[in-house]
Design a protein. Structure first.
Length: 458
């Protein structure tokens, strides 16, 4: 059977794969694995439930709450809040687990359910597998006093906002910041916290109607933010995605500042303050080589992980590193959060602009992004990509040609018969030429009758 849990919870078309019945059963199973198995007998576990503003989130959250309460879990309904807020509140309330209903940057028809363990931590694969296995068992059905209670978590947003404000190294007085909330979960709390921090705030993408989430706005559509920053003469712009666990930025000239550049700015700031533990920053194999070069020159080491913020977090927790993240804008501050937090990241970035008196463009210039070309080679036997002698030879030749001025990465897709060929080089022409050459080798050596299809440079 296909595994129900993907890289970030259970996600799919709302009322298609992900219907109310599945939401209820998942919750009943999670009540056992994350709740009853972890608390003393006779104790009702406690869970925090939050969602983004998609229309389907209303019936899915009702089903989740029904499933949990029917299985003997006390539910704290936090309403519409970012994913990192849900994770924080699990820890702050000392709840046994949490549930977030969101499909992040996906369009409105999709939705998803992800769980957090005690402390607000994402679940390892083995715990997700245990929840899936529990679906085959008869649900726990207490009666009388054993039935869970559902109550409104009235001060959930206030707790989260106050927490964010305590992390600020410098107030934002005098800064004009444009916030793009993607018509998503941060539409209420992100403008509030930036105003409380002292910034003059201009808001776009903060009128969710249940179906406009991520539609032409947010971290996947930066054009509106770029235009608004320039038109208003703002110091910078911050873009969230639908559940606000990521942050991308725009400088005062409208130039995009991606997750790698944000990590460079904030990693260097932490080192300067003596708060970068072991002088290490954690990033994925897809981060731009320019990040590694910039940090190496500053005496900072990068620890690389597989793609996915969960793998970044695992490495950070294993060694207690301070900061890590992805090019996509998932940035994790282990001292303040258990997951990527776009509002927190935006605050920290704006604080550096205010503290240093430099523009975001100046701060981001510490890193030079090398041209990066990504090609998907479809219809290939991805399992042989690391074993085929012809592919290995082609990669070795490409690496020798690039030397220390570039990088090659061949990565099999986790879900499709696809190999992703990524090449970085000192110039776009070289990166394109070598990527196309490698894609051709992968296609000819591993083909199942597919063709190479280029996608946008990362």
């Amino acid at each position: 059977m296909t595994r129900l849990f993907g890289t970030d919870g259970v996600r799919g078309l709302a009322n298609g794969l992900l219907d109310a019945q599945l939401a209820l059963r998942l919750s009943q199973a999670a009540a056992v694995v994350l709740g009853h198995r972890e608390v003393p007998d006779g104790t009702r576990p406690r869970a925090v439930v939050a969602r983004d503003p998609r229309a389907s989130g209303a019936f899915l959250s009702a089903a989740v709450e029904a499933g949990l309460a029917s299985a003997g879990v006390d539910v704290y309904n936090a309403g519409v809040l970012p994913t990192p807020a849900a994770a924080y509140l699990v820890a702050d309330l000392n709840a046994d687990f949490g549930v977030m209903i969101s499909a992040s940057h996906n369009p409105a028809p999709d939705n998803g359910i992800k769980f957090f363990a005690r402390g607000g931590h994402k679940l390892p694969d083995e715990v997700e597998d245990a929840i899936e296995a529990e679906l085959a068992s008869e649900p726990v059905r207490p009666t009388g006093d054993g039935v869970g209670r559902v109550r409104r978590f009235a001060d959930a947003e206030d707790r989260y906002v106050l927490h964010l404000l305590t992390t600020l190294p410098h107030r934002l007085d005098g800064l004009t910041v444009v916030l793009d909330c993607a018509h998503g979960a941060a539409s209420g709390c992100s403008p509030q916290v930036f105003k409380d921090a002292g910034a003059n705030v201009i808001v776009i993408g903060a009128e969710p109607d249940g179906i406009n989430i991520n539609e032409g706005v947010g971290s996947t559509h930066l054009e509106a933010l770029q235009a608004a920053v320039v038109a208003n003469g703002a110091n910078l712009g911050i873009a969230h995605d639908g559940d606000a666990d990521r942050c991308l930025a725009v400088d005062h000239e409208g130039n995009v500042v991606d997750g790698d550049q944000i990590m460079a700015v904030l990693g260097l700031a932490l080192k300067a303050d003596g708060r970068l533990r072991d002088d290490v920053l954690v990033a994925t194999v897809m981060s731009n080589l320019g990040l590694k070069i910039a940090l190496r020159e500053a005496g900072i080491t990068i620890r690389e992980t597989a793609v996915g913020d969960r793998y970044v977090l695992e490495e950070m927790r294993a060694h207690n590193y301070s900061i890590g993240g992805e090019q996509s804008g998932h940035v994790i501050f282990l001292d303040y959060a258990t997951t990527g937090d776009g509002v927190l990241t935006g605050l920290q970035l704006a604080a550096q602009v205010a503290k240093t008196g430099k523009t975001l463009k100046e701060l981001a210039s510490v890193m030079t992004r090398l041209p990066q070309v990504l090609i998907n080679v479809k219809g290939v036997d991805k399992s042989r990509v690391r074993e085929d002698d012809g592919v290995s030879l082609a990669v070795a030749e490409a690496e020798a040609e690039l030397g220390e001025t570039g990088r090659v990465l061949l990565r099999p897709s986790g879900t499709e018969p696809v190999v992703r060929v990524m090449v970085e080089a000192a110039d776009e022409e070289t990166a394109q030429r070598i990527a196309e050459r490698l894609a051709g080798v992968v296609q000819s050596r591993l083909s199942l009758a597919g063709e190479a299809e280029q996608v946008s440079p990362a």
